[in-house]
Every structure is written in structure tokens, then in C-alpha cells.
Write a protein that binds this ligand. Structure first.
Ligand SMILES: [Zn+2]
Length: 181
């Protein structure tokens, strides 16, 4: 029974991760279609932090409210608590498509929100979709579903704080430094 249970658990995780890739790609296509390129002001304020290829590829989509972060079947497959909901988020990144909530843009510093989501785009580039998803989900579960304690979020918030403090740095180098630590 133990072996069967382990096999079923592993299968559920695989199905969720593979399904997660399809879900990310679906959102990515949707938000890229509706999104816009970065403005020249955004580009110049972000040029020291991100490489040109990333700034060229990214599309930004502004929406009234962020949709729930995970489809219900993924929450069930991973046996996540039903309370898991990150629709309060200011934005979300899907590979090279970023969605940002209008309410958050009024409430917070829009440049900082955009910066934070671009850090996630850079993480997607470094890790690939599958490894990003796996790390995000595993980190979330390990943190007791505390969104702010997910390692990939801790990295994004730390770099966002430094961005808001007026520091200059290369995001990709910083991400590699986190991984080496
Ligand atoms: Zn984030």
C-alpha cells in the first residue's frame, strides 16, 4: 500500500505540474494578446536591471482584478488547503506576460509592481516553466502556504526593496547569486 500511495502521490504531482504548464501557457497567450509593450519611460527606468531581450519580449496587461492564482483541480490534486487564494496579489507573471491590477496601481508604486513582476519573468527565463512552477509550489507548501515565505517571492521582494531604495544591479546576476547561496 505504501508503494501504491507513493506512486499515486507522485503521479498527482506530475499531472499537476504538467497541467500547470498548460495553464501557465494559456494565461501567457491570453495576456500577451491583450497586453502592450513597455513604454519608453518604463524601458529606460528598467534598462540597468534587465537585459534587452527580456524588456523586448515582455507584454503588460492591465486588468481590474487578478484572477485566482490556481485552478481548483490543481488545488485538489496537490491537496492544498481551500483557503489558498492569491487574488489579492498586485500582479502575476506568466513567462513573458505580466498582468497588473488597476487597484494595485492606484494603491502602490506602479514602477515597483512592474519591477517585481519582471523579476518573476527573469526567474522563468532562468528556470524554465516546469522548474519555476515546481519550485513555486513546493516552496509554497513548505512555507505552510504563506505567500510571502515562498523563496521565489522572497527573492522578488528583496530585489524590489533594493529597487525602491534606488540601488542599481543586474537582476539575473542577483538571481544566480541567490541560487549559489
Ligand atoms: Zn511575486
Amino acid at each position: 500500500m505504501g508503494a501504491l500511495r507513493r506512486w499515486l502521490g507522485r503521479t498527482a504531482m506530475e499531472v499537476a505540474a504538467v497541467g500547470g504548464i498548460a495553464w501557465v501557457q494559456l494565461r501567457r497567450r491570453r495576456y500577451r494578446r491583450r497586453g502592450r509593450s513597455l513604454t519608453s519611460e518604463e524601458r529606460s527606468s528598467l534598462a540597468t536591471f534587465f537585459d534587452e531581450a527580456l524588456l523586448d519580449s515582455v507584454r503588460v496587461c492591465e486588468v481590474p482584478r487578478i484572477e485566482p492564482g490556481l485552478p481548483v483541480w490543481v488545488i485538489r490534486a496537490l491537496r492544498l488547503p481551500a483557503s489558498v487564494d492569491i487574488s489579492f496579489a498586485s500582479g502575476m507573471a506568466f513567462v513573458d506576460a505580466v498582468v497588473i491590477s488597476d487597484a494595485a496601481r492606484r494603491r502602490e508604486n506602479p514602477a515597483a509592481i512592474l519591477f517585481h513582476e519582471l523579476v518573476h519573468c527573469a526567474q522563468f527565463r532562468e528556470l524554465g516553466v516546469y522548474r519555476f512552477l515546481r519550485r513555486y509550489l513546493v516552496g509554497w507548501a513548505a512555507a505552510g502556504f504563506n505567500y510571502f515565505a515562498i523563496p521565489l517571492e522572497e527573492q522578488a521582494y528583496e530585489l524590489q526593496d533594493r529597487f525602491e531604495a534606488g540601488e542599481s544591479f543586474d537582476v539575473r546576476q542577483e538571481l544566480r547569486r541567490f541560487d549559489a547561496a
